[in-house]
Design a protein around this ligand. Sequence first.
Ligand SMILES: *[C@@H]1O[C@H](CO)[C@@H](O)[C@H](O)[C@H]1NC(C)=O
Ligand SMILES: *[C@@H]1O[C@H](CO)[C@@H](O)[C@H](O)[C@H]1NC(C)=O
Ligand SMILES: *[C@@H]1O[C@H](CO)[C@@H](O)[C@H](O)[C@H]1NC(C)=O
Ligand SMILES: *[C@@H]1O[C@H](CO)[C@@H](O)[C@H](O)[C@H]1NC(C)=O
Ligand SMILES: *[C@@H]1O[C@H](CO)[C@@H](O)[C@H](O)[C@H]1NC(C)=O
Ligand SMILES: *[C@@H]1O[C@H](CO)[C@@H](O)[C@H](O)[C@H]1NC(C)=O
Ligand SMILES: *[C@@H]1O[C@H](CO)[C@@H](O)[C@H](O)[C@H]1NC(C)=O
Ligand SMILES: *[C@@H]1O[C@H](CO)[C@@H](O)[C@H](O)[C@H]1NC(C)=O
Ligand SMILES: *[C@@H]1O[C@H](CO)[C@@H](O)[C@H](O)[C@H]1NC(C)=O
Length: 371
Amino acid sequence: MISFVQALLFTTATGAALRPRQANNGCCFQLASVGMVNETVLEDHVGDLLLGGTFQQGGFCLDKTTKTIQDSLRHNCFMRAPDYQFECYQGAVGTTAFDIAPPKADGKSYLTYDDSPGVFYACPIDSESYDIYSSDKADKTGCVSVALALVDETAACSATTSNSTLSIRSKPLHRIPLPTRPLRRQSSRQSCTIDASAPSLAPYQLHHNNSSVSSGSNDTSAEVVISRNYSTVFDYDIPDTFPPANTAGESSLCALQFRMPVCTTLPKGYPCYSFSGLEQEVLSNSGMTFHLVDDDGNATWNSTELHQVFPGENTTIGTFECGQAAGYGESRKMSWHVSSVRDFSLEFLQAGVGQSAQFQNGVGAWIVPCQ
Ligand SMILES: *[C@@H]1O[C@H](CO)[C@@H](O)[C@H](O)[C@H]1NC(C)=O
Ligand SMILES: *[C@@H]1O[C@H](CO)[C@@H](O)[C@H](O)[C@H]1NC(C)=O
Ligand SMILES: *[C@@H]1O[C@H](CO)[C@@H](O)[C@H](O)[C@H]1NC(C)=O
Ligand SMILES: *[C@@H]1O[C@H](CO)[C@@H](O)[C@H](O)[C@H]1NC(C)=O
Ligand SMILES: *[C@@H]1O[C@H](CO)[C@@H](O)[C@H](O)[C@H]1NC(C)=O
Ligand SMILES: *[C@@H]1O[C@H](CO)[C@@H](O)[C@H](O)[C@H]1NC(C)=O
Ligand SMILES: *[C@@H]1O[C@H](CO)[C@@H](O)[C@H](O)[C@H]1NC(C)=O
Ligand SMILES: *[C@@H]1O[C@H](CO)[C@@H](O)[C@H](O)[C@H]1NC(C)=O
Ligand SMILES: *[C@@H]1O[C@H](CO)[C@@H](O)[C@H](O)[C@H]1NC(C)=O
C-alpha cells in the first residue's frame, strides 16, 4: 500500500531527484545504466525501480556498514526471491548486500551487490521502459545485461571504497547474512534447476578450431582460448550411465552449464583466467556462441544465441534431453564449437579434461542433469 503522502511526493516533485541526506552526510547518489540500455534509474509510485519512462528520478543513499540502500523516502531497497526485481519498500527488509566498486577506466563508480561484480538485467516492460533485476532472475529472455553507474554522488561515496571489484568475495560481510542463493537458471526454452552437488561431466578433450593454433590432431591440452581469432571445440563423451541413477537428476533434461568462479576462490595453483572484462561485455553486448557441431542424439539447440558469462556466476547455456538414442553405442558424443562475439575474449584452463586432470573443479563448461 502506498500512502497518500508518498503518492503526492512522487507526483508533485519535479526537477532534480529527491535526495535524502543522512545526518552524517553519507554516501548518496543517483543511478544510470550503462550498456545496451543507457537510461536514468527512475522510481515509480509503488517503489519499483525502472529504466526509461516518465517517473521521478530515483535518489539513493548507501549505508556502508550495513551494506543497505534506501530511497529518498527512506524505504529499503533490495532484489529478493522469487522475482529478484530491484525495488524499494516501506518497512520491508531485504538481504541484498550493496556496495560500490571503485571508479573504472571510464571514471565512474558502479553499484555492486552480494559480492558479485555488479551485473544487473534490464528487462523490457514496453517500448520505452525496463524493470531491473539481479542476475538471480530465473528467466532472462529478452533482457540485456547492464551495469549501474553512480551519478552525482556525494564525496562520502568515494571516501572509503574498499579494494573490491572482483576480489571482494574473499572479504567477510558485515552483519547481513547472505541469503542462500538458489541455483535456478533458465534457458530460453526449458527451465532447469541445477543442484550444486549434481554430477558433472567435463569435456574429454578440447581442440582449437584453427589449424594455426592446434598443436596436433590429438591435442589433449585443457587450455581454452575464445577470442576474435581463436575458437575452441569442446568434445563430450556421455556414458549411458549418465546421469547416475539415484542422483538429483529427476527430470530427463540435461544442461550445458558454464562455471566462472571468481579467481580468488579457485584451488591453489589453478591459473586465473584472462577475460576481456565486465565492462567490455556489458558495453559491447559481447559474449559467446555455442554451436552444436556434433550430437548422436539430434538435440534441438540454438547455435546462434549469444551467451554472456560473468565472474561468480554459473550460467545455463542450454538444455537437451539426456540419454542415448537407440542404435548408437554405449556413449553419446556431443561437441560444441565455442566462438567469440563482438571481441569478447576469455582464456582459461578447463577443469576435468583428460584422465589425469590436475583440477576437477574450476572454470569451464560441464554437462549436468537438471533437477
Ligand atoms: C551507452 O553508453 C556507453 C558509454 O557510456 C557507450 O559506449 C554505449 O555505446 C552506449 N550504448 C548505447 C546503446 O547507446
Ligand atoms: C588495497 O588495499 C591495500 C591495503 O589495504 C592498499 O595498500 C592498496 O593501495 C589498495 N589498492 C587499491 C587499488 O585501492
Ligand atoms: C557453481 O557450480 C559449482 C559446482 O556445482 C558450485 O560448487 C558453485 O557453488 C556454483 N556457484 C554458484 C555461484 O552458483
Ligand atoms: C571450425 O568450425 C566450423 C563450424 O563449426 C566448421 O564448419 C569448420 O569445419 C571447423 N574448422 C576446422 C578446421 O575444424
Ligand atoms: C587420436 O585419438 C583417437 C581416439 O583416441 C585415435 O583413434 C586416433 O588414432 C588418434 N590419432 C592420432 C593421430 O594419434
Ligand atoms: C586478429 O585478426 C585480425 C584480423 O582478422 C588482426 O587484425 C589481428 O591482428 C588479429 N589479432 C591477433 C591477436 O592475432
Ligand atoms: C585462426 O587464426 C588466425 C590467426 O591466428 C585467424 O586469422 C583466423 O581467422 C582463425 N580462424 C578461425 C576459424 O578461428
Ligand atoms: C536463437 O537465438 C537468437 C539470438 O538470441 C534468436 O534471434 C533466434 O530467434 C533463436 N532461434 C531459435 C530457433 O530459437
Ligand atoms: C538424427 O537425424 C537424422 C536426420 O534427420 C536421422 O537420419 C537420424 O536417424 C537421427 N538420429 C537419431 C538418433 O534420432
